[in-house]
Design a protein around this ligand. Structure first.
Ligand code: FA5
Length: 377
């Protein structure tokens, strides 16, 4: 658009237009300007500019004409200005639309001819994700146990005190609950039972035995919650894998053999294992299971600095709690303790992963720093 800014910024009176035929001349000039403008070659972006410069609601040429010529026009000129403006608007709108259709058709032709696209150029590449290290460790553990006849089951993270404590032989006010105090849900008054975030995967022992008759061989991977202060080896959310095997003739030897097999498969044949007496209300006897320190090879010393900082010189690292299922537990699931026996274990997966991959701070599992995660593709 050329040279018409000025006239359209003025009123007809300023332009000295007093007769209807002068109005017609003025509009003919504008139309001429428009036709010159419309004749140019447009791509879509420029076409939009062209459209807005003529039809834009606030600053388009037609808006200026409406405001400066039509509205303040004298009663004698107003009908002529109105009619000429309508005619000009119809012409402009039709041409603008015609140009749009032409651009669209041209683009379609380009696309169909393939001239614009080089299919050999590399596309936009999305980075491919991978499983989180904890998920990978779950998978390794599942594979080992599935290969010796266990199946994988999962259970709820929100539990009742009955499954989390009582049915596991941990009555109210039992001191062991202190270690496992947790997050209770804020329920409306009159709720039938309190609910809590499970403190361990052991409630699934009960839920599984309620549903199945022996022989039972399951592992239960999952998240658990405790009100522990975060540090290098503690998190308030962490992961466990529960194991439970119950049958008519399971002995302590089956238990130790299974655990040792697992540990050697998971850490490699060089690792040594040992059991220490421990206490859990739902196993009897109960043990803690240790592996020889993978950092110092079980020697308790590290080259240069003397005592191994990971096992504190013991040569052993505690892995998890386990034991033979306490006969009292069978009473909660209507199994006959005289006819069945079994073992159970509960491993802290985060600590297993830390040991296997020599990670010295549990918190990195939860920070989701891609630089850390990328090391375990
Ligand atoms: C238990 O949770 C028992 N339910 C295990 C069990 C199952 C015993 C079946 C007997 C039979 P414990 O509180 O020790 O036990 O926890 C098991 C493992 O979870 C620990 O050995 C440790 O590896 C891990 N763990 C415990 N607390 C945390 C924490 N705050 N952060 C990370 N890992 C933890």
């Amino acid at each position: 658009m050329r040279n018409i800014e000025k006239p359209i910024d003025k009123t007809l009176e300023d332009l000295g237009v007093t007769q209807p035929d002068e109005v017609a001349t003025l509009f003919a000039e504008v139309r001429n300007e428009f036709d010159l403008d419309a004749d140019k070659e447009y791509i879509e972006v420029l076409w939009k500019e062209f459209r807005d410069s003529w039809l834009g609601r606030k600053s388009g040429v037609l808006a200026h004409i409406t405001n400066n010529w039509l509205k303040p026009a004298s009663p004698t000129l107003k009908p002529a200005v109105g009619a000429a403006l309508n005619e000009l608007r119809a012409h402009v709108e039709a041409e603008v639309e015609r140009r749009r259709v032409a651009i669209e058709q041209k683009e379609e032709q380009w696309a169909l001819s393939g001239a614009l696209y080089d299919l050999s150029l590399p596309g936009v590449q999305r980075p491919i994700g991978s499983h989180h290290l904890i998920r990978q460790v779950f998978q390794q553990i599942e594979d080992i146990f599935v290969s010796i006849g266990f199946s994988v089951v999962e259970g709820p993270e929100i539990e009742t005190p009955y499954y989390n404590f009582e049915a596991l032989n941990i009555p109210e006010f039992h001191p062991v609950r202190d270690d496992m105090d947790t997050f209770y849900l804020d329920l409306p008054k009159g709720a039938p039972t309190p609910l809590l975030l499970r403190t361990h995967t052991s409630p699934m022992q009960i839920r599984t035995m309620e549903k199945r008759q022996p022989p039972v061989r399951v592992i239960v991977p999952g998240k658990v919650y405790r009100r522990d202060n975060p540090d290098a080896t503690h998190s308030f959310i962490f992961h466990q894998v529960e194991g439970l095997a119950v049958d008519s003739d399971i002995t302590f030897c089956d238990f130790t053999g299974t655990i040792e097999y697992f540990v050697k498969q998971f850490f490699g044949p060089g690792v040594k294992t040992r059991f220490r007496p421990s206490y859990f209300p739902f196993t009897e006897p109960s043990v803690e299971f240790d592996v020889s320190c993978i950092f110092c090879g079980g020697s308790g010393t590290s080259p240069g600095s003397g005592t191994c900082s990971k096992c504190k010189g013991a040569g052993w690292i505690e892995l998890f709690g386990a034991g033979m299922v306490d006969p009292a537990v069978y009473g909660f699931v209507n199994y006959d303790p005289k006819r069945v026996s079994g073992f159970a274990f509960g491993m802290g997966i985060d600590r297993l992963a830390m040991l296997k991959y020599q990670i010295d701070d549990i918190q990195v599992f939860f920070q989701n720093d891609v630089r850390f995660l990328k090391q375990f593709p």
